[in-house]
Write a protein of this length. Structure first.
Length: 455
């Protein structure tokens, strides 16, 4: 359906955001035109997340509301991608007769080809249940694939981009569906990654975030094409950081058990590596961490936090926390609160535990009531909010370098190297997105900082 308009709704993590970018690029290359208005689209793609029950419910409710749209416009094509697609496959088509295509995480590269099949009258296609080495991870040497080319500039904030360095996960944390929905761990060839970053930077990108489910184990298992093993993540960081013109480098997500001394050293030796790390801990209790199969203790986690803070004083540390894991006692929850007091995270993503079908934890007994999980979550979040505010106030009086994302009507918004949102008012309209400005912080909120631009 070249010349058709498409709309993508993305749920979930950065991996999904990056997958949506790849799908948008493949569609644009095949003559499709992106629209930001759902009702104008002739193709709607819902890129789904199954990490939490709530996100999954939102997907099904959105699909339900699209049923009417399909009835009034039978030519509309509806595609479900992402982790729910990989996990539920044919069941989505059986339950939602108006869905035309279900495409698992390993197959997004084939999207235009599958849509072409639909336009020849083929009824609903399900391509979700077979696992392949993800071919859409670009190979540069000896390959005809062009995915490493810079993405369309129309994608959100073109000066900061994600680059996928690996897919899948081998860890099997007992609450997580990722090893089932995204398969086993596969690392991309380092040369391809560096070349992709180079192309992006030459096209104007200032900030790169290297992306994977567990970037710290990059290069330790399986690589796609021409990769020599082992190839540590720290070495990759050094290689990428040397790309000429790259101003800021970040990475996500890290597994605490795989943070090496070599990686910690990078925070003192690589100047353009941002002073920020997201280090999901999930619980402050060793007993619960064991039940989660996380393979580290709180003592070893804290030791790594201390080393990171010494390697880069002022580093901003954020985390993920699951509250109310099966069997979590008041004592375990108190351990989590104690950890929060000890580390004083700059921010955290915290959620009530919810069963994900097919995971080990779903079969655990000792489930907590929704009320109790909600009560504990509230306590945790209230304290985190206070700490975030106190942490943010530490920046008052400091001058931070800000990468500008928007400048509208004299109101500027951007991010500091520590990944804080910074606003500044009364600035000149000549400052363009993608510029770096220095802002002296004079006010701090829970979620952002307010600054005035330095002369
Ligand atoms: S490390 Fe654990 S939580 Fe993270 S993706 Fe792998 S299995 Fe899921």
């Amino acid at each position: 359906m070249p010349d058709s308009t498409f709309f993508i709704k993305t749920f979930g993590c950065q991996m999904n955001i990056r997958d949506s970018e790849i799908m948008a690029q493949k569609l644009s290359e095949n003559g499709y035109i992106e629209t930001s208005v759902l009702n104008d689209a002739e193709l709607i793609i819902i890129n789904t997340c199954s990490v939490r029950g709530k996100a999954e419910q939102k997907v099904f409710s959105m699909l339900g509301s699209l049923r009417k749209q399909k009835l009034t416009n039978p030519a509309l094509k509806i595609c479900v991608a992402g982790c729910v697609a990989q996990q539920e496959g044919q069941k989505i088509i059986d339950r939602m007769g108006h869905v035309d295509l279900v495409i698992g995480t390993q197959h997004i590269y084939k999207l235009p080809e599958l849509l072409a099949q639909l336009s020849t009258g083929r009824t609903a296609i399900n391509l979700s249940d077979t696992y392949e080495i993800p071919q859409y991870i670009p190979k540069i040497q000896g390959s005809q694939t062009t995915d490493f080319e810079p993405l369309e500039p129309a994608r959100p904030f073109q000066f900061s981009r994600f680059v996928t360095i690996m897919q899948g996960c081998n860890n099997f944390c007992t609450y997580c569906v990722v090893p089932y929905t995204r398969g086993r761990e596969v690392s991309r060839n380092a040369e391809d990654i560096v070349q992709e970053v180079d192309i992006l930077v030459q096209s104007g990108v200032k900030e790169i975030t290297l992306l994977g489910q567990n970037v710290n184990s990059y290069g330790s298992t399986n690589t796609v094409a021409n990769g020599s093993l082992p190839y540590s993540f720290a070495r990759l960081l050094r290689d990428v950081s040397r790309v000429e013109g790259l101003k800021r480098l970040r990475f996500t997500t890290s597994h605490p058990k795989d943070i090496s001394d070599e990686l910690i050293d990078c925070f003192s030796t690589i100047p353009n590596l941002c002073p920020q790390i997201h280090l999901p801990v999930q619980s402050g209790s060793d007993r619960i961490l064991k039940r989660m199969n996380r393979k580290y203790s709180i003592a070893s986690y804290l030791e790594k936090i201390d080393r990171l803070q010494s390697a880069r004083p002022g580093i901003a540390i954020t985390t993920d926390m699951i509250i109310g894991f099966p069997g979590e006692t008041n004592r375990d929850f108190q351990d989590t609160m104690d950890l929060l007091e000890r580390v004083r995270y700059h921010g955290s993503f915290s959620f009530k535990y919810s069963d994900r079908p097919g995971t080990a934890a779903a079969s655990y007994a000792e489930k907590l009531s929704e009320t109790e999980k909600g009560r504990r979550l509230q306590i945790f979040q209230n304290r985190q909010d206070q700490i975030s505010l106190e942490r943010n106030r530490e920046y008052i009086g400091q001058t931070l370098s800000v990468l500008v994302e928007t400048n509208m009507d004299g109101r500027l918004m951007g991010r500091s190297a520590t990944n804080h949102i910074v606003h500044a008012a009364g600035v000149t309209g000549t400052i363009q997105p993608g510029a770096f400005v220095d802002a002296e912080i004079f006010h701090a909120g829970q979620h952002s900082l307010l600054g005035r631009l330095s002369e």
